[in-house]
Design a protein around this ligand. Structure first.
Ligand code: DGL
Length: 267
């Protein structure tokens, strides 16, 4: 039986934060990384248009790559279409990425938690429902950033990051109220962990930055092991992991970045 790959999907390079954790847990699996860069940034899309765009795109991706499982390594997409994807493709398992509000509510000592996300994720009913369900005893501040995802893209390709922009974008996450301070910031966009060192540096006080990547990788592992334990690839002679960019125009810096992540271009 030929091994089916694990498909990791994002609007850009953010899903690589999930891929690197997934590789640690599943070194013997083959991965296909899909970046919908033609549509980046998802954070700025209207909901109905983005929903149908992603549903159509998955029709093509599932046909083309025949993955065993798809990981939607994007909060902005998951909080909008994860249910619709499961409904449209009932035989195919999907792992979603949604803001880590439950673990944040369990861990906070001050009761003040911030969720740093794209404007799309902040708007979603899904996000509001998570807060209502898991964090009703906390004070949760939702902070939508227009600029951080694009900044992370630039940083990963060119190595440049404007720390003043990072400082301004994260500033609303820091709340002081009745002698208590925010102690947890949920990184609710998969691009943001790439900037976490700059966030630490420009933060007004130390907090825990919650990155869900490892939890998503663990969830994926639990599902693939269950569905298809016999599918593991041989250590030698395996096909390379691939990256596909929907624009079809990944320029040099992007190709170089993908090479650094051990991904060959998919034609
Ligand atoms: N990486 C995506 C997320 O986790 C969003 C980036 C974008 O706006 O496209 O939300």
């Amino acid at each position: 039986m030929t091994e089916q790959p694990i498909l990791i999907f994002d609007s850009g390079v953010g899903g690589l934060t999930v891929l690197r954790e997934a590789r640690v847990l599943m070194p013997d699996r083959r991965f296909i990384y899909v970046a919908d860069d033609a549509a980046f940034p998802y954070g700025a899309w209207e909901e109905p248009a983005l929903r149908s765009h992603i549903l159509d795109l998955f029709g093509v991706l599932l046909d083309r790559f025949r993955p065993e499982i798809s990981v939607i390594a994007c909060n902005t997409a998951s909080t909008l279409v994860i249910d619709a994807l499961r409904e449209k493709f009932p035989g195919h398992p999907f792992v979603g990425t949604v803001p880590a509000i439950k673990p944040a509510a369990e861990r906070t000592r001050s009761g003040l938690v911030s969720v740093l996300a794209t404007p799309g994720t902040v708007k979603r009913q899904y996000t509001r429902d998570l807060i209502h369900q898991w964090a009703s005893k906390c004070h949760v501040r939702l902070v939508g950033s227009d600029r951080l995802a694009a900044l992370a893209e630039l940083y990963m390709r060119d190595g440049f990051v404007d720390e003043e922009v990072v400082r301004d974008e994260i500033a609303p996450c820091f709340v002081e109220q009745d002698g208590a301070r925010t102690d947890i910031v949920v990184l609710a966009c998969t691009h943001y962990p790439f900037l976490v060192n700059r966030m630490r540096k420009t933060a007004p006080w130390p907090v825990d930055w919650l990155d869900p990547a490892e939890a998503i990788a663990r969830r994926t592992l639990s599902l693939v092991a269950k569905c298809n334990a016999e599918n593991f690839r041989e250590a030698n002679g395996a096909e390379p992991d691939l990256a596909m960019f929907t624009s079809g125009k990944a320029e040099f810096a992007t190709r170089r970045l993908m090479q650094g992540f051990g991904l060959a271009p998919s034609r």
